[in-house]
Design a protein around this ligand. Structure first.
Ligand SMILES: Nc1nc2c(ncn2[C@@H]2O[C@H](COP(=O)(O)OP(=O)(O)OP(=O)(O)O)[C@@H](O)[C@H]2O)c(=O)[nH]1
Ligand SMILES: [Mg+2]
Length: 450
């Protein structure tokens, strides 16, 4: 292979951030990696002879002038026991940017080329060290913003998704075989009842749905659950917003229609990343700016995952509240605020709070956490499934569901084709049948040095 998919030539890249730090790590890989590196190392013979799993102290030299550019530790891994599966060398040098640049320049002069984004992991994939779901887990591990996502990425890197897909693949192959056998005999025995492997197909569908759910939960974990505060003017939305943020972020006043444009802030509620919106109070307003604010509030209400609807205990739930609530199309959690002024009516179906005193806030957070779990489908995240994989999961699931729907009739040809479609999608997920374009798209999203 040539160019980007050359897996033999010698590449080098900074693997740590390009910023001052105690230590920077430059990683290299390639067939003649040790030989080329010895051209710019103070102990060339020792380096060339170094067994895998060892490290050497020495100096990086400018190959032309033999001038020392840094004092380093070099760790050696030899094929196949390395990250990429080929010979690899990692140079730990001092973490200043000019020093790092000088080491990289020495490596270039010794015959290394700059690695492309994700090229080390691409080599690991091509050398069979990882399947594509594991390679992608490397990227999601680096991007993980929460402990949950980190844990899921780690399990996926360990092969959890790969094993799940292998199991689905086995089930689909068994089902295909059962169908193919009947296809072979179908022409002779047209009258025989067709046996569709329904149990297998249902099992495959169930497992695919679990993967689809993991994507959904993961996306909410990554992007945060969008929660909008809504209600009539003056019910205390902005006061509650500030309470939840623990910051005087939004303007509070006793004037109706204080909040106009919406505010958006990120908070963590019971471990869930939440994007909280404070919006304009709902009422019919002759004020053009307020009316625009209310229009924006409605758009937020349509786009959010769920709504915290704030009712004032001082007024109780009014007809206007009921009209507003009827118009909200997202799941709603009702909150009755200002309980310091007046107790809520007995049996009222809203969480009682006082934004003024903080009373009931922990109850609200518990109720919110319960709703977040429902919004996410589950609080568990067994797998890290990304957008690319999720699309393929949907493709496979659609095909399996179509095969199940066909189950009643004598349409074995159709079932055979749908099973093939599902198997193709599964193969593209693990990379078994992924084209160079797909690999290019996957690995170009990585950072350089990974
Ligand atoms: N006593 C009491 N007053 C509150 C409470 N929450 C809010 N208020 C007061 O109610 C008034 C309105 O509060 P805001 O938070 O601005 O209400 P809002 O719903 O954001 O109002 P708009 O932005 O106009 O829609 C302010 O004077 C607050 O101090 C509460 O729990 N108890
Ligand atoms: Mg407000």
């Amino acid at each position: 292979m040539t160019g980007k998919y050359d897996t033999e030539d010698e590449i080098a890249a900074l693997a740590t951030p390009r910023a001052a730090g105690a230590i920077a790590v430059i990683r290299t890989s390639g067939k003649r990696c040790l030989e080329k590196a010895s051209r710019c190392f103070s102990r060339p013979k020792a380096l060339k002879a170094a067994p895998g799993g060892t490290f050497l102290y020495g100096k990086i030299l400018d190959p032309a002038t033999k001038e020392a550019v840094d004092e380093v530790i070099v760790s050696v891994s030899r094929a196949p026991r390395s990250y990429t599966g080929g010979d690899c060398l990692e140079i730990s040098c001092h973490g200043g940017i000019p020093g790092v640049e000088a080491v990289l320049a020495a490596l270039r002069a010794a015959g290394f080329r700059d690695a492309q984004p994700g090229e080390f992991t691409l080599r690991a994939f091509i050398n069979g060290k990882l399947d594509l779901t594991q390679a992608e887990a490397v990227a999601s591990l680096i991007d993980a913003k929460t402990k949950t996502m980190h844990g899921a990425s780690l399990r996926t890197l360990d092969g959890a998704v790969f094993r799940e897909l292998s199991e689905i693949r086995r089930i689909l192959i068994d089902a295909s075989a059962a169908v193919e056998v009947q296809l072979d005999y179908a022409e002779d025995d047209l009258d025989d009842a067709v046996a569709v492997p329904v149990a297998e197909l249902e099992e495959a569908a169930l497992r695919l749905r679990r993967l689809a759910d993991s994507y959904k939960v993961g996306r909410l974990m990554r992007e945060g659950v969008k929660v909008a505060l809504s209600g009539r003017t003056n019910s205390g939305k902005s006061s509650l917003f500030n309470r939840l943020l623990n910051e005087e972020r939004s303007i509070v006043s006793d004037i109706h229609g204080t909040t106009r444009d919406y505010l958006e802030e990120s908070v963590t509620v019971a471990g869930f990343p939440v994007v909280l919106y404070d919006t304009a109070g709902l009422r019919s307003s002759g004020d053009r700016v307020e009316a625009e604010g209310i229009e924006r509030a409605r758009r937020i209400l349509d786009a959010c995952d769920f709504v915290l609807y704030v009712v004032s205990a001082a007024d109780g739930e009014t007809d206007e509240d009921r009209r507003c609530l009827e118009q909200i199309r997202r799941p709603v959690l009702k909150v009755i605020n200002k309980i310091d002024l007046k107790a809520p009516p007995a049996g009222y179906d809203g969480v009682p709070v006082s934004a003024a005193t903080g009373e009931g806030l922990s109850g609200l957070i518990d109720a919110l956490a319960a709703r977040l779990k429902t919004a996410a489908g589950t609080a568990e995240l067994p797998f890290a499934v990304n957008e690319r994989q999720a699309q393929l999961v949907r493709r496979a699931l659609t095909a399996v569901e179509a095969a199940l729907a066909d189950g009643g009739g004598v349409v074995l040809d159709g079932i055979a084709m749908e099973l093939k479609e599902a198997l193709d999608a599964v193969g593209e997920m693990t990379g078994e049948t992924a084209s160079a374009d797909i690999l290019d798209a996957v690995f170009s999203r990585f950072c350089v040095g990974k």
